[in-house]
Structures are given as structure tokens and as C-alpha cells.
Design a protein around this ligand. Structure first.
Ligand code: NDP
Ligand SMILES: CCCCCC/C=C/C(=O)O
Length: 500
């Protein structure tokens, strides 16, 4: 691992902060209480800006605007091709503002500026385009009835949606929730994570410029226990889509059940296995395994942080892994040579360090890392543990940081059992050239996403979500669009027809 501090300042593109207020009914406004909270730069712990702190009253206001826009406004009633046209404009505006948006996610979330610029933000625009393309292809079916009835189904927008999103992919999360809901004809209230509110407010501004009518897309910044909880318990919200911790997912579901029984979709934590069989190219797979844990500083719910290595290549794999970890650069996320920026905030940084301490105490062997970086900011060394047993805390709990546990296995049957011995079921990676192994293992792992000889192979056409305590419901793909629609069955008698 290399530490890169004091990067070339000429490369740094810190954006000017333009939007700090709530976006309700097409206007940027102060919170009703007038309160604000500070959003912090994780490179230094310094304040970037003061952001309006929305609470229950502001959520009520935003829901009122979204309800009016749904019940009486044009958006749900527009022909799909018109919604598509406006969404395509929105996507173009995202592309036109790529540098600014990349800068906001980098400064707010400690994400790599260059990666945001070439991947996250262009991909966010593409996700809006993907769902825009579906807006005029939403239809039900004509049914073959068993008696003299003509019947068909309509697919109608579900209504007012609440989106509660996390901080690890502020842009991708925003569009993967907002895109399908807009295409379906829903109206919505988005609550971004308190750590990363900046890009969500910028997207709201672009949506208005694109022509999305007032009240359709509202953004209320604020705290989860207050603004977030007001969304899940709201009597006038028709669906909640949540991504975050399993603990809060449970609260969201409880609040939905005890209020108006609104459906929820929950994309929660994970502890995904990355399984490597003897027959692979060890050099390439070591690279992929490292990415599988360290990408986005390990702050990704599908991190392949339980690395199971078959005994025949175990020693060689460790040598390669350490070699590659040494070239991994931690430092300022605006520096193009850096692979890993700071953890999102002090709380997450301390949480990760405490897991590392657990690993040491429980007797795992530290192969690399294990410490924070000296100086300002929430930087942590890429950390690899070996001699990890399945019952250690570091092997069981989601760490959401740059921490890998490497474990040895003998047989396919054994690794299937161990990979499935978790409360989570989000993703799994299977590295092998043997098709029989790939097929058997992929069908045996209880997880929503399986990557064979690749990892993080996201695609907007590929539904994404979990089994078990990783939640239910799917983001991306047509599955997610369907979750913002409901089916209405219509039947009418047909008289004197010779055909049913
Ligand atoms: N699946 C994933 O992609 C993610 C998983 N996680 C996991 O969760 C751990 C903790 O991260 P944390 O940020 O605390 O995650 P949370 O689950 O607390 O945050 C996710 C979102 O939920 C909001 N929220 C918090 N409490 C409530 C509530 N009572 N009702 C409704 N919404 C609420 C948050 O608001 P606020 O911003 O104010 O906290 C945020 O917008 C991480 O270490 C990681 O393991 C975290 C983020 C993403
Ligand atoms: C089409 C790109 C989707 C990227 C999704 C990233 C998700 C991360 C997470 O759930 O933690």
C-alpha cells in the first residue's frame, strides 16, 4: 500500500456548493424549523456547507406537493413518450454537468473524483435513459377468460413514492430509485443520506431544468431518525424504497406495516463470498479479489469480503495478493493516482477500526494494513486477514470498509455450505473455468446476484437485490420498474359473441 498525501493541487476540482436548501414543489426552500446541519469533507473533517435540516413537517409539505402532482398534475397522465422525452433531457443535463456532480460526490463522500467523472455520473445519466426508454412500453395484457367476459390488465403508477438512500453511491442510488419511478409516472420524495446530500440537490435542480413538473420530484435533506422515519410512517406515501443497513430496513418495514401498509423494497447489508477454485489464473483473480473488497473503500454492500480459496492455490494466492496490495494507493480522492479515498465519516471510520481490532483479538493473522493513516481525514489502510474462521466477527458481520478475510477450503460441497452460512444473501463471486462447478455453485448459493469469473458486473438491465436478511425487492432492470406499478384487472361482459 502506498500513502499519497499532499497531492498535486492543480488537479483538484473542488466544486462551488450551489444548492443547500430543501427542494419542494419545484423550489429551493429553508426547512420550516430553520435548522441546518453540517455536511463534512471526510478528507479533513472540515465543514463543506450547512444544509437545510428537514423534519416531519417538511416531509409533510413535500408529500403534499407530491400527492397533488400525482392526483391532479400532468406527470402520471402524460403519454409515456412525453415522460421519456423529458427524462432524456434530464439525462443530457447530467452529462453536461458531469464534472460538478463528480466533484460533489468526491468531496461529500470521499469517492474517487476521476471514477465519478468517467463512471458513476455518466452511468447515472445512462440509468435515467434506460428507464426513459421504458416509459412508453408499460402495458398490461388481454386475458383469455373462461366465460363471456372481456378482460384485461392495466399497469398504473403506484402513486407517491418515498426513496430513502444511503451515502456510498449517492448518484447511482438516486437514479436507480428515481429513474424507474419517474418512468412509471409516480411522484416522489427523496431523502438522501445526511453524509452526502449535495448531489441529490443538484439532481433536483437539473430535473427542474429538464421540465419535470413541480411537485413530481422533491428532495428533503435531513436525518434518518426524523425525516427518514417520517417517510416510512407517512399515511399518504404509497411505497417506500430503501437502501441501507438491515437494522434500519427493519424499522422502515415496521413503520410501513403500522401506518398504511405501504409496500416496501429493502436493499440491505451483505457479507458476500468470493470463491476461488484451484483451476484459475491466480494472478488475475488476485487482482479481482482485491478490487472485490477494496473498491469504493469497501463501502459497497456487495463487497466480496469473505474470500474462500481452494487449498491447491492458497499459498500462491496470498503471495500475489500481498504483492498487489502493496501497489494500492490510499490518499486524496481528487488525486488521479489514488485508488482509495477516506471512509465516508468519523462514525464509519471508527466502526471499521473496531472491526479490525476484533479481528486481531479473535486471533486472525494480519497480512497487510490494520491501521488508520496518520494525519487528517478518515483514511484506513487496506487490511487483509488470514486464518479467519467462519465464526469470527470479521467473517460474519458487514464491515463496509477495506477489510478482507481470507479462508481456505478443500471441496466444492464444503465451500457451498460455508458460503451459505450467513444471515445475508446479497451477492457471490465464483472463480473457476469448470462449467460444472460454476453451474452447481451458482445454483446452490442463496444470494440475489451471482458473478462468475467477474465481480461488480452491474448493468442497468440486471436486477439487483437480496435474499434472506439482505432484503427483498429489486433495483434496476424491468423488475424495479414493475415495483413502481400496480396491476388493475378490468372485466366486462361480452354478449352474443361466438368467440371467448
Ligand atoms: N446496502 C447498502 O448499500 C448500505 C449498507 N449500509 C450498512 O449500514 C451500516 C451503517 O450505515 P448507516 O449510514 O448508519 O446506514 P443507515 O441504514 O442508517 O442509512 C441509510 C439511510 O437510511 C436513513 N435512516 C436512518 N435511520 C432511519 C430511520 N429510523 N428511518 C428511516 N430512515 C432512516 C439514513 O439517514 P441518515 O443519513 O440521516 O443516517 C440514510 O438515508 C454501514 O456500515 C453498512 O454496513 C449503509 C449504507 C448503504
Ligand atoms: C448500473 C450501476 C449500478 C451501481 C450500483 C452500485 C450499488 C452499490 C450498493 O448497493 O452498495
Amino acid at each position: 500500500m502506498t500513502v499519497q498525501n499532499g497531492s498535486d493541487k492543480s488537479q483538484i476540482k473542488i466544486p462551488k456548493i450551489k444548492f443547500t436548501k430543501l427542494f419542494i414543489n419545484g423550489e429551493f426552500i429553508d426547512s420550516i424549523s430553520g435548522k441546518t446541519f453540517e455536511t463534512i469533507d471526510p478528507r479533513s473533517g472540515e465543514v463543506i456547507a450547512k444544509i437545510a435540516e428537514g423534519d416531519k413537517q417538511d416531509i409533510d409539505l413535500a408529500v403534499k406537493a407530491a400527492r397533488e402532482a400525482f392526483d391532479n398534475g400532468p406527470w402520471p397522465r402524460l403519454p409515456g413518450c412525453e415522460r421519456r422525452r423529458i427524462m432524456l433531457k434530464f439525462a443530457d443535463l447530467i452529462d453536461e454537468n458531469v464534472e460538478e456532480l463528480a466533484g460533489l460526490d468526491a468531496i461529500d463522500g470521499g469517492k474517487l473524483y476521476n471514477f465519478c467523472k468517467i463512471a458513476d455520473i455518466p452511468s447515472a445519466a445512462e440509468t435515467i435513459r434506460y428507464f426513459a426508454g421504458a416509459a412508453d412500453k408499460i402495458h398490461g395484457s388481454t386475458l383469455k377468460m373462461s366465460r363471456e367476459l372481456h378482460a384485461y390488465t392495466l399497469r398504473e403508477p403506484i402513486g407517491v413514492v418515498g426513496h430513502i438512500i444511503p451515502w456510498n453511491f449517492p448518484s447511482q442510488m438516486f437514479v436507480m430509485k428515481v429513474g424507474p419511478a419517474l418512468a412509471a409516472g409516480c411522484t416522489m420524495v427523496v431523502k438522501p443520506a445526511e453524509q452526502t446530500p449535495l448531489s441529490a440537490l443538484y439532481y433536483a435542480h437539473l430535473a427542474k431544468l429538464a421540465g419535470i413538473p413541480d411537485g413530481v420530484l422533491n428532495v428533503v435533506t435531513g436525518y434518518g431518525y426524523c425525516a427518514g422515519a417520517a417517510i416510512s410512517s407517512h399515511m399518504d406515501i404509497d411505497k417506500v424504497s430503501f437502501t441501507g443497513s438491515t437494522e434500519v430496513g427493519r424499522l422502515v418495514m415496521q413503520a410501513a406495516a403500522t401506518s398504511n401498509l405501504k409496500p416496501v423494497s429493502l436493499e440491505l447489508g451483505g457479507k458476500s463470498p468470493f470463491i476461488i477454485f484451484n483451476d484459475v489464473d491466480v494472478d488475475k483473480v488476485a487482482d479481482l479479489a482485491l478490487q472485490g473488497t477494496l473498491f469504493n473503500k469497501g463501502e459497497i454492500c456487495v463487497a466480496g469480503s469473505r474470500v474462500f480459496v481452494q487449498e491447491g492455490i492458497y499459498d500462491k494466492f496470498l503471495v500475489k495478493l500481498v504483492e498487489k496490495a502493496k501497489t494500492w494507493v490510499v490518499g486524496d480522492p481528487f488525486d488521479p493516482n489514488v485508488h482509495q479515498g477516506p471512509q465516508v465519516d468519523k462514525k464509519q471510520y471508527e466502526r471499521i477500526l473496531s472491526f479490525i481490532e476484533h479481528g486481531k483479538r479473535e486471533g486472525a493473522t494480519l497480512l497487510t494494513g490494520g491501521k488508520p493513516l496518520d494525519g487528517k481525514g478518515y483514511y484506513i489502510e487496506p487490511t487483509i486477514f488470514t486464518d479467519v474462521s467462519d465464526d469470527m466477527i470479521i467473517a460474519k458481520e458487514e464491515i463496509f470498509g477495506p477489510v478482507m478475510s481470507v479462508m481456505k477450503f478443500k471441496t466444492m460441497e464444503e465451500v457451498i455450505k460455508r458460503a451459505n452460512a450467513t444471515k445475508y444473501g446479497l451477492a457471490a463471486g465464483i472463480m473457476t473455468n469448470d462449467l460444472n462447478i460454476a453451474n452447481t455453485v451458482s445454483r446452490s448459493i442463496r444470494a440475489g446476484v451471482i458473478w462468475i469469473n467477474c465481480y461488480f458486473a452491474f448493468d442497468r438491465d440486471l436486477p439487483y437485490g437480496g435474499y434472506k436478511m439482505s432484503g427483498f425487492g429489486r433495483d434496476l432492470g424491468m423488475e424495479s420498474l414493475n415495483s413502481y406499478l400496480q396491476v388493475k384487472s378490468v372485466a366486462m361482459p361480452i354478449h352474443d359473441s361466438p368467440w371467448l
